[in-house]
Design a protein around this ligand. Sequence first.
Ligand SMILES: Cc1cc2nc3c(=O)[nH]c(=O)nc-3n(C[C@H](O)[C@H](O)[C@H](O)COP(=O)(O)OP(=O)(O)OC[C@H]3O[C@@H](n4cnc5c(N)ncnc54)[C@H](O)[C@@H]3O)c2cc1C
Length: 457
Amino acid sequence: MSLRAPMLRATARAAARQQSLRSGSAVSATASVAPLRSQQRITPSSSNALSSARSFSSSSARGMAAEFESPFGINSLSKLSEEEEMLREAVQRFAQDVVAPKVEAMEENEKMDPEIIKGLFEQGLMSIETDPELGGAGGSFTAAIIVIEELAKVDPSVSVLCDVHNTLVNTVLRKYASKELQEKYMPKLSADTLGSFCLSEPASGSDAFAMKTSCKKDSNGDWIINGSKMWITNSAEAEFFIVFAQSDPSKGYKGINAFAVEKEHGVEIAKKEKKLGIKASSTCTVNFDEVKIPKENLIGEEGKGYKIAIEILNEGRVGIGAQMVGLAQGAFEKAVRYAHEREQFNKPVATFQGMQFQIAEAATQIEAARALVYNAARLKEEGRPFTKQAAMAKLFSSQVAQSVSGSAIEWCGGYGFTRESGLPKFWSDSKIGAIYEGTSNIQRATIYKLASAELDA
Ligand SMILES: Cc1cc2nc3c(=O)[nH]c(=O)nc-3n(C[C@H](O)[C@H](O)[C@H](O)COP(=O)(O)OP(=O)(O)OC[C@H]3O[C@@H](n4cnc5c(N)ncnc54)[C@H](O)[C@@H]3O)c2cc1C
């Protein structure tokens, strides 16, 4: 297979390092990746891989891999291109070799292992859609979705760290920031600097635009931010923050601005939440006390922060859908494997029809959720409306994640109830899917509005 196929730098590197992954330890495999980063930038084969990455966004529709070509020009959503399959395999290896051995300790300590963050950066998984000129892989949105899904099969905490950094932080800069801001921050966000997305506040969650955090210009035109953001993912480890603040409450949502903020500008990371699930993912209050931000760090036009937040969360919701699909699949696989091994009445419990019917229902639910997620991702890549489909994908996938991870516990009986099985973690992690990036009711409201509008059209 030629190197044209590996679409992402991560995949190309992973292919090149297969041998070390097979023969060496996970950490040494991760470390061996670093020199490949620079090789990837300069060799002709790497530029092929990267240009392939850019073009594979709608690859299944275009039928890049001959065997996937439909005589009618339309392929199924579940058929990934050769490049996407290779990416999936590369992330699976990373998740199994690097993440899996650390999941239990991270859960106990409620802390992300820094080696995992380092590994994600080294693998190119923290700049999936970023332009190669800015240190990224130049991949598609579906590539990001596949990465998020695969990581969640092993640890939804690692998955959301990667998801927020890619689909929210990088995307805001990529789509809305000036060239200068992109050149200043995106190479760092591709290399080693973790980002957070700061919208929610103590008194404004679902009603996000009722925010109290203020921004005002000083005599030089620089901005001064005051206020507190709450529930901010990645904030304990982040050095960079996308921050939304209100410059004029009388203008309502049209007074909201988005800023590129460095921790060094004076951001204070306060209380770290103790949570029901995704415990290794940090969730903190973030305070701004007279934090001065250079005027160039305003993202997009003044007063257009609301538009950035709305548009970005539509994309982000597909990412959370992918996280929930991965979680459900991870719990499913663990439990079904156990059910094939565990014997009662002299037979594996998976041979009982009562079990098989439940397993079949769960497999169907996961398949349906994945189709919704991939459909929303492909629509977005094609530049078509996808807000309703993104809301449906998130709503449904979070329901499936909860129900499948709950059933998975039952399929494993007493063992499923022990933390050692890993299943209670999936179950508690699943709950967040119905809350962040818009609660399930907020998704329902969006779906209702758009579905009703279609009837009127
Ligand atoms: C672990 C975690 C990580 C998070 N990470 C981030 C982050 O990185 N960045 C960030 O900005 N935020 C983050 N959040 C915040 C998250 O997005 C909010 O918690 C979420 O939007 C809900 O807001 P809320 O908690 O204020 O709930 P509320 O808005 O108070 O909602 C309470 C209940 O009321 C319902 N409700 C509210 N309004 C309506 C309505 N109009 N119709 C019907 N029902 C309604 C809700 O569905 C919910 O059931 C995170 C939260 C958590 C728990």
